[in-house]
Ligand binder design. Structure first.
Ligand code: FAD
Length: 451
């Protein structure tokens, strides 16, 4: 047997020992002598020794890690499953390697937009206007796949495909849809959605202070919008404002170069740092009548868009929880303490199973939600219930995941800290827990408890 081969065999043997065991052994025997002895052994004796050291047992093989415990993926048609796999691959190859550095830099990776566009999933459920016309169930699975790797990228995409395109699809005229939706579907134009204001968040339904007033063929908009995702670089920003004449909420497609429009980046965010949120100031901002959303006649029309996107946020929360659960399970299978993988400890398994049960409940809930959506039966309260439940449970999942990573859980390189922070933003946006709870409470009791 050559020296190199023997050396490799010896090394292989040592690798089968865990460091704790070697430490204990070194207190009893001279390791230098032992290594010398092992190196001079015959091949067959060496093999016997390796077998003895392994206790005659096969190396433990961990089961495949997959947070879809009930095989809900099977609810999709084969062509839909193929699209999920494409998005999964994209997220793994293009996003995972860069996500933590962009998150830390608080910057958006603009180079991903053309690549995302190639997936042809933007405006997925809309019929016509270059949109694929696929199911809401598939759309949900894709939101989950994105958030499973990164919630910021899924938020960017949700604003573009859901909030911005959705406002035009549900509230625009035929002409407006023809003009704006195809280039937005191809992601040549990026959109944003401005509803929230510095002083008006939860109370947006009745309390918008941003105003609009018609002046001939133009509208004059005044006010501010806060937290508006993508708005620092968006080409078109949907702005919701109250008409000073009839008091109704109206929607406008505001082009970024419109006179009187200003978007400033909100700095110092501790969640969804890749998403570029802006404070928008509209000072006598002029918007032509042809850019007023022709079918938006009150907040109830805004709510049509929010119903759909809230369902999307519930799926996003599932993705966030799934990513955290799967990372935690992988880590606990690798990390050893007391000479054993930490996933072999009862209390660790208790946490893992608690995470999986929450995740599975969330997944089954959102699948049913999307089925209701696909059959045209989705209500505001359906979407609100799922949004509340999933974002609440995801907070538990990510915090358990962080716990299982020990100190390493706060290092950005392990992803978990990012999931923990991002879950906080998802918990608050598109209606807080309280607001969505009040929507469901009103539906089941017939009494509004908003004020
Ligand atoms: C990262 C991020 C991205 C966002 N992106 C966008 C975007 O793209 N476009 C957009 O328009 N908005 C966006 N938002 C705004 C988001 O929708 C609001 O933050 C959210 O609706 C809550 O409003 P608020 O922050 O003003 O909180 P507030 O409304 O001030 O609420 C503060 C607290 O009071 C509670 N509360 C309020 N009213 C009641 C009540 N009646 N009963 C009980 N409790 C109540 C709330 O639940 C909450 O706990 C984003 C927010 C974040 C954080």
């Amino acid at each position: 047997m050559s020296i190199i081969k023997k050396f490799k065999s010896t090394l292989g043997l040592l690798q089968t020992l865990d460091l704790d065991k070697i430490g204990k052994l070194s207190q009893k025997v001279d390791l230098n002598k032992m290594v010398g002895l092992v190196s001079s052994m015959k091949e067959e004796d060496l093999q016997k020794l390796i077998k003895f050291m392994e206790g005659g047992k096969k190396k433990h093989e961990f089961p495949e890690i997959d947070g879809d415990f009930y095989d809900l993926h099977d609810l999709l048609k084969p062509d839909e499953q193929a699209i999920v796999m494409q998005v999964r691959e994209f997220m793994q190859k293009e996003i995972r390697p860069i996500v933590n550095s962009y998150w830390l830099k608080d910057e958006f990776p603009h180079q991903i937009i053309p690549e995302l566009a190639k997936l042809n999933i933007c405006g997925l459920t809309y019929q016509g206007y270059g949109c694929p016309g696929k199911s809401s169930l598939l759309e949900g699975f894709l939101a989950m796949e994105m958030a499973r790797v990164d919630c910021s990228v899924s938020t960017f995409f949700g604003v573009q495909s859901g909030l911005a395109m959705g406002s035009i699809y549900y509230c625009g005229s035929e002409e407006q849809k023809q003009k704006w939706l195809p280039p937005m579907q191809r992601m040549e134009l990026i959109g944003a959605f401005g509803l929230t204001e510095p002083e008006v968040g939860s109370g947006a339904a009745g309390g918008l202070t941003c105003t609009c007033k018609r002046n001939g063929d133009k509208w004059i908009i005044n006010g501010q919008k806060k937290w508006i995702g993508n708005a620092t670089f968006a080409d078109v920003i949907i702005i919701w404002a109250r008409d000073l004449d009839d008091g109704n909420v109206k929607g406008f497609i505001v082009e970024k170069d419109s006179p009187g429009f200003k978007a400033e980046k909100i700095k110092g965010k501790m969640a969804l740092r890749i998403v570029q949120n802006a404070l928008i100031t509209l000072t006598n901002c002029e918007v032509p009548e042809y850019n007023r959303l022709q079918e938006a006649n009150g907040f109830k029309d805004t709510a049509k868009v929010l119903r759909m996107t809230r369902a999307g946020v519930a799926w996003q929360a599932v993705g966030c929880g799934r990513g955290a659960y799967e990372s935690a399970l992988r880590y606990t299978n690798e990390r050893k303490q007391f000479g054993r993988t930490i996933s072999s400890f009862q209390m660790v398994q208790d946490l893992l199973v608690m995470m999986l049960s929450n995740l599975t409940a969330m997944q089954t809930m959102v699948c049913r939600l999307s089925q209701l959506q696909d059959s045209g039966r989705l209500t505001d309260e359906h979407a609100s219930l799922a949004k509340v439940f999933c974002t609440l449970r995801t907070r538990d999942i990510v915090s358990h995941a962080r716990e299982l990573f020990g100190g390493n859980g706060i290092l950005i390189e392990n992803d978990i800290a990012r999931f923990v922070a991002d879950a906080e933003a998802i918990y608050s946006y598109e209606g807080t827990k309280e607001i969505n709870t009040l929507i469901v409470g009103r539906a089941i009791t017939g009494q509004s408890a908003f004020v």
